[in-house]
Design a protein around this ligand. Structure first.
Ligand SMILES: [Zn+2]
Length: 63
């Protein structure tokens, strides 16, 4: 597969939402289909996240 973009479950083609799951010393990066809600694990993890305490930095505005 060249790109992970289409949901294998429902065929949604516009990519995924993302979620971070706390594991022992890292965070798993989970992809969630915005259409059907299926969650996918690409075995991607990071130890670069310090915590899940977010800071709001920007808000998308249409027009
Ligand atoms: Zn889907």
């Amino acid at each position: 597969m060249e790109e992970f973009r289409v949901c294998p479950e429902c065929g949604y083609q516009r990519g995924f939402h993302v979620s971070f799951r706390n594991r022992k010393n890292s965070y798993k990066i989970i992809f969630i289909c915005p259409s059907c809600g299926s969650a996918y694990d690409l075995n991607l993890k990071t130890d670069k996240i310090e915590s899940l305490n977010e800071t709001k930095i920007n808000q998308y505005k249409e027009n």
